[in-house]
Design a protein around this ligand. Structure first.
Ligand code: S3P
Length: 436
């Protein structure tokens, strides 16, 4: 199916359908949190199905630099000897977070409360992303943290004492919320964060699982800091956002049916499912259960005739990472779809509004980028094989790969190496479900 050409590019041919039963890799957000809470716990923890993708590996290496003992056992599980809340060691040199906004923003909350200084760096994409959104609340908590011109990484953190705050976040962002809650664990007293709409709540759920006193009331979360917690066992569920690439392939390629097992179904993440159902897509959930305080289940999806939908600002946090895929679905649907309130997408690993519109336009689709929205006019002819690019953004690369499977001619995608940041097995799994 695929021919790797020069390094970092791929040529994909159209397929007749996708089918079969798959599992996807562990969830990126939950892998990050399981690592952070285990490293700061007293005693040892075991993490099964940890996502060994570059983003999580970069954060893992940061913890090793901070003196935490982390091993991988024969079964591939992570065994962590927790340093305790006060046991991190002064690192030698800078702490490198690669491409990971989650790694840098969450760890800034932890590092701001340490008795040693640290410098947090990242790749070119991460160094262009806004950090003021975490610097402002952390500074209000008493942290001594500065950034480089324009509130960008590198971040410079000097030893500080952290006080609790009550903070009203202007953005619905799990990274901002989690950064403050993590810093709050080092403050004596109650830290309260509220946000305009509820963002993913994996941090809160994991705090509950570790027995940390956290309270959730609508869009407001509070945590009482100053206490310690014990290490635990966790199995990371399949990543819903990774599963969504394969769901999209099955929905748009006629004659397809795909079953994806053990996927995280946290309601703060599954806005994509609601949108697909509103579009007339056939999706069934079976075997629903709870795993380590997170809901999971199996998803069966079949190719469907889709209709356009309108998506508003309040829907966006629950589908923030699936907007590129929803744009692709909308291009295959009857009618005009408006996805509104998505300006946050300009601040992701790439400017995703620009990437989605220009690259789907290259494939012959009508996708218009506006200030805060995407407007897609569906069914303007089949997807055209084309030369497209990922802008170094994993989710754009994978969305284009799915589009390529449904195109009329072969498609060449440049910049696919970035897929490793969240889903190194993506092309291998794709190969296993396609029929030529
Ligand atoms: C994430 C939160 C989201 C999401 C990102 C992962 C997390 O970002 O886009 O892929 O793990 O907390 P924001 O919280 O900044 O919207």
């Amino acid at each position: 199916m695929e021919r790797i050409t020069e390094k970092d590019s791929v040529i994909l041919c159209p397929v007749s359908r996708v089918s079969g039963e798959i599992t996807v890799s562990g969830d990126k957000s939950i892998s990050h949190r399981s690592l952070i809470f285990s490293c700061l716990a007293e005693g040892s923890s075991r993490i099964d199905n940890f996502l060994f993708a570059q983003d999580c590996v970069d954060t893992l290496n940061v913890f090793k630099k901070l003196g935490v003992k982390i091993k991988k056992d024969r079964a591939g599980a992570l065994i962590i000897s927790g340093a305790g809340r006060k046991g991190l060691k002064k690192p030698r040199g800078k702490l490198y977070f690669g491409n990971s906004g989650t790694g840098m923003r969450l760890m800034a909350g932890v590092l701001a409360a340490q008795e040693f200084p640290s410098v947090l760096t990242g790749d070119a994409s991460l160094s262009g992303r806004p950090m003021g959104r975490i610097i402002r609340p952390l500074a209000r908590m008493g942290a001594d943290i500065t950034a480089t011109e324009g509130d960008h990484a590198p971040l410079f953190i000097r030893p500080g004492t952290i006080d609790p705050i009550t903070y009203k976040s202007p953005v619905a962002s799990a990274q901002v919320k989690s950064c403050i809650l993590l810093a709050g664990l080092f403050a004596g007293g109650k830290t309260v964060v509220s946000e305009p709409y509820k963002s993913r709540d994996h941090t809160e759920r994991m705090m509950e699982y570790f027995g940390i006193p956290v309270k959730i009331k609508g869009c407001q979360v509070s945590v009482t800091g100053g206490g310690d917690w014990q290490g635990k066992c966790i199995t990371v569920p399949g990543d819903f956002s990774s599963a969504a690439f394969f769901m999209t392939a099955a929905l748009i390629i006629p004659g397809s049916t795909l079953r994806i097992k053990n996927v995280n179904l946290n309601p703060t993440r599954t806005g994509y499912l609601d949108v697909v159902r509103r579009m007339g897509g056939e999706i069934k959930i079976t075997n629903k259960r709870e795993l380590y305080n997170e809901p999971i289940g199996d998803i069966t999806v079949s190719s469907s005739q889709l209709e356009s939908v309108n998506i508003g600002r309040k829907d966006v946090p629950r589908l923030i990472d699936e907007v590129p895929l929803i744009a692709l679905l909308a291009s295959r649907a009857k009618g005009k779809t408006i996805i509104d309130g998505v300006e946050e997408l300009r601040k992701k690993e790439s400017n995703r509004l620009h990437a989605v519109s220009t690259q789907l336009q290259n494939m012959g689709q009508s996708v218009e980028e506006q200030q805060n929205s995407l407007v897609i006019t569906g069914k303007q002819g089949q997807l055209r094989g084309a030369k497209v690019e990922s802008f170094g953004d994993h989710r754009i690369a994978m969305m284009l790969a799915v589009a390529a499977l449904n195109a009329r001619e072969e498609t060449s995608i440049s910049g696919v190496g970035c897929v490793d940041t969240s889903f190194p097995d993506f092309f291998k799994i794709m190969e296993s479900v396609i029929e030529k």
